[in-house]
Structures are given as C-alpha cells and as structure tokens.
Design a protein around this ligand. Structure first.
Ligand SMILES: *[C@@H]1O[C@H](CO)[C@@H](O)[C@H](O)[C@H]1NC(C)=O
Ligand SMILES: *[C@@H]1O[C@H](CO)[C@@H](O)[C@H](O)[C@H]1NC(C)=O
Ligand SMILES: *[C@@H]1O[C@H](CO)[C@@H](O)[C@H](O)[C@H]1NC(C)=O
Ligand SMILES: *[C@@H]1O[C@H](CO)[C@@H](O)[C@H](O)[C@H]1NC(C)=O
Ligand SMILES: CC(=O)N[C@H]1CO[C@H](CO)[C@@H](O)[C@@H]1O
Length: 421
C-alpha cells in the first residue's frame, strides 16, 4: 500500500527485469522436444515470460561430447540459458562436458553467447555427499575441492571466448551452503544457484501454510554466507500429486499456494529463478505446472502477490543534497511489503553551488524475511546540477523491498520523512 506521503513525494515503482524459466532435463530429449517445450513455456497463460532454460549438462544424450540440442532450440525460440556442466564425474568425463562447451562456443557463436545467463558447474553435488544426501541414498556427488578445480577449468575454457564474461557458479541445496566445509566453493562462484523444496524438509513444520516461511528462511540463511554474491533460485516447486512428505501434501491447490507465495515473491523481488518444472506427467511426486500446454493452476502474479513476513528491518546509507532534490532507491524487488524511510538528516552549507552535496543518512525498516543487494543509487540535484551516487550499504532483511522517494526542496537542518510503500 502506498501512503499519501509517498504519493506527495512522487515515489514510483516499476517492475524489475529478471530471468524466469524452467528446468529441462537432458534425458530422452532432442531438438524437437526442447523446442516444443520452450515454445510451450513462452506461451503459458500467466507465465509467458518464462523464457529461460536451465540445463544440467552440455552433452546431448547418446553422444560422447556433442553439444546438447537445447542450444539450437534455444537460439530458434529466443530462450535464454543457464548452462550446466554435470560435475559428479571423474576428470575424463568432465573433459567431455568442457569439450561440448567449447564446441558450442565455436559452433553457435554470438547467437548462442547472447542467450547465456550464466554457467553452473555441477548440480547438488555437495548435497549428495552431505549427511542428509547420503542418508537419502541420493547417489554420486562431488567433493568441494574437485568442484573448485572444475570451476577453474570452466573459467579457463571460456576465457577469451564469447562466453568469457559470463558468470560461473554452482547449484546446490541451502544446507550445503551454510556448511563451512564448502565455503571454498562459494568463494569461487560468481553466483550461487539454490535449489529449495520445503516439501522435502521433513524435519521441519512443512505444512503448505509454513512453506513460504521455510523457503525464505533458507534463502536468508544462504544470503548470510553468500558474501554478497547473487543468489539465483535454480529449482523450486511443489507437487500436484504424489505422496505426503511429513506435513506436506501434494495437491494442485497447495502447488498453487506455493507458487503464489514463493514464485510470485521471487518475481516481485526481481530474483532470477528457474522453476521445477514445466511438465512432469507420469512422475510421483509430480511437480509439473502444466499439462498439454495449459497451466494446472493460476500462474499469474499480481503486483502484491507473494510471501511477506511482518518483522524485519532494512537500512541503507545514501547521500543527499540539501536545498535541492534527492531521490533514493532501495535494492531490488517490488510488491506488497512496506518500506519505511526515516530520519533523513542533512547538514552543511546551503546554496554552496552545484558541488555542495552533503551527506544524509536514510534508515528504514520493512516487512519480511528477505534480503536485497546493495547497489541502489541516490540521485542528488542541487542548484540545477544532478549527480548520481551508489548507495554505500544497503542491507535488507525483508521481502519484496523497493522504495523510491523523491524529496524535493529539503530545508536547512534535519528532515525526518517517512515513506511507506
Ligand atoms: C528475444 O527476447 C528478448 C527478451 O528476452 C527480446 O528483448 C528480444 O527482442 C527477442 N528477440 C527476438 C529476435 O525476438
Ligand atoms: C559438510 O560438508 C562436507 C564437505 O562437503 C561433508 O563431507 C559433510 O558431510 C557436510 N556435513 C553435513 C552435516 O552434512
Ligand atoms: C514453520 O517452520 C519452522 C521450522 O520448522 C517452525 O519453527 C515454525 O514453528 C513453523 N511455523 C508455523 C506457523 O508452523
Ligand atoms: C493478488 O494475488 C493474491 C494471490 O497471490 C490474491 O490473494 C490477491 O487478492 C490478489 N490481489 C489482487 C488485487 O488481485
Ligand atoms: C532549489 C531550492 O530549493 N532552492 C532554495 C534553497 O533555499 C533557499 C533558502 O531557503 C530558497 O530560497 C531556495 O528556493
């Protein structure tokens, strides 16, 4: 809800561009299957901007090291790609992933490169060697030191190529990232891919009513160890059918609730995510959001949809000019949470000319278990001159945060303003 104060001050909010899509397995797929699914996703009612594909391997099924057909399908359907190299393998098999990556770069050129959002080295490799992964019989994983080595090999492989500037990261589960034995993996990543399924959090209160809380609690825990690196949700979903998992019930209604709570919060906060999954017919549990090209439930997110909690705080530091116009922007996200911008103080000489911006401090609080990255900018205008400066620190604990306030004509001394979105 926007307060009248914000309206008076001319605050505005705009939707954030972020990458959204689905996960696509390689098994049983060739060009036609990929292209058809990419087209379905791009026209799915309520989710027709889900035009990105996360892949798990660079290698086309049934070949040794031929690039996966999904690349040509992505080029033909204008689908962006989060590439994956399967890393729970020995060096000789990983060499095949690298060969396929290099072949794709030379074979497809810039039409491929411009679609690549990032490159993940591995998928849940550390989960599979964690205590819970072993207990669940989850299969062969990979150690953190080998993953770090493989990440380095991928960086070498793309260096000086059209993919040279693409972020390289890793995908795993939240409990893996908060395990200090894996911290070298985090420090070697440009982004952290996070797979999160409250449905499978069987030692927690994983009712559908608590599912969004569990999701963002885990997100925040990873954020706390991320060193400020972007966190992309690489898998999340809730099954429409299948067994009950502790308190989590698989149903279409609960899958919709989870989508509206989590996917819509991610969308409104501008966080990149790849949902699990477009189609999953015949599986149990079955996570598919669609069948025959039609959504199984409401996938549309309005501007206020998505989980927000009620207690959190946010703060940011910006600079502002006195006797002019100051505009402060906070972090990423949009939607239903509240942001309060208070205690804007300014001191210094008035009328000292275009370069006389003075420091100000903005501190605020907002709703909900979320975290937003720094990097917002504050724009100052004084005496007709406008300057833009990065917000030095911007740490949020809260969901769906966005604030833009315009404070025109600041008076001499201290100003206290409260903006509530
Ligand atoms: C491809 O999609 C992007 C948005 O993801 C859009 O800006 C661009 O115009 C599209 N290109 C073509 C050729 O359709
Ligand atoms: C923590 O990570 C290490 C290395 O990945 C792993 O061997 C260990 O089992 C993990 N601890 C738990 C509690 O899963
Ligand atoms: C949500 O889950 C957490 C972790 O299991 C638990 O502590 C909390 O009580 C749950 N909240 C509700 C409302 O069930
Ligand atoms: C927005 O979506 C939520 C469900 O996520 C719904 O409860 C709410 O009524 C919707 N608001 C509007 C204005 O349509
Ligand atoms: C641009 C602006 O707001 N200028 C004001 C600076 O402060 C003096 C004294 O209060 C005003 O007269 C100006 O209008």
């Amino acid at each position: 809800m926007k307060s009248s104060i914000l309206a008076v001050l001319g605050g505005a909010s705009t939707a954030l561009a972020a990458v959204r899509g689905f996960n696509y397995a390689s098994q049983g797929q060739s060009y036609d299957g990929f292209a058809s699914q990419f087209n379905t996703a791009a026209s799915l009612a309520g989710a027709d901007d889900f035009t990105s594909a996360r892949l798990y391997t660079m290698i086309q099924e049934g070949t040794t090291n031929t690039p996966i057909d999904a690349i040509q399908a992505a080029i033909d359907t204008n689908t962006t790609l989060l590439l994956g190299l399967w890393a729970s393998v020995d060096q000789s098999s990983f060499d095949n992933e690298i060969t396929a990556l290099k072949s794709a770069i030379s074979q497809y050129g810039s039409s491929f490169a411009e679609l690549v959002v990032g490159i993940s080295v591995g998928s849940e490799d550390l989960y599979r060697i964690s205590e819970t992964g072993i207990a669940a019989g989850s299969g062969v994983g990979q150690s953190p030191d080998v993953l770090v080595d493989y990440i380095g090999q991928v960086r070498s492989a793309i260096k000086g190529t059209s993919l040279g500037s693409k972020p390289v990261g890793h995908v795993d589960t939240w409990n893996v990232y908060v395990n200090g034995s894996n911290s070298d993996v985090i420090s070697n990543c440009d982004f952290l891919g996070l797979d999160e399924y409250p449905y499978y959090q069987t030692t927690d209160v994983n009712t559908i009513g608590n599912s969004s809380f569990l999701f963002f609690q885990a997100y925040d825990r990873v954020q706390a160890v991320s060193g400020g690196k972007p966190i992309w949700i690489t898998e999340a979903g809730w099954p429409v059918s299948g067994p009950t998992s502790n308190l989590a019930v698989a149903s279409v209604d609960d899958a919709e609730t989870f989508w509206q709570g989590v996917a819509c919060a991610l969308e409104n906060r501008g966080i990149n995510f790849w949902w699990y999954i477009l189609n999953d017919e015949g599986s149990s549990p079955s996570f598919g959001v669609s069948s025959g090209g039609k959504p199984l439930y409401n996938l549309a997110c309005n501007a206020t949809a998505g989980y927000t909690s009620t207690s959190s705080s946010a703060s940011s530091t910006a600079t502002a000019s006195k006797n002019g116009t100051a505009t402060a922007s906070h972090g990423s996200g949009s939607g239903s949470s509240s942001v309060t911008l208070t205690t804007v103080t300014a001191s210094g000489a008035v009328g000292a000319g275009p370069s006389a911006a003075v420091p100000a401090t903005a501190t605020g609080s907002s709703g909900a278990g979320a975290t937003g990255a720094a990097g917002a900018t504050a724009t100052q205008t004084q005496g007709g001159a406008t300057g833009t400066a990065p917000v030095a620190t911007s740490t949020y604990t809260g969901a769906a945060i966005r604030s833009e306030g315009s404070m025109a004509g600041l008076a001499i001394g201290a100003l206290v303003a409260a903006l509530v979105l």
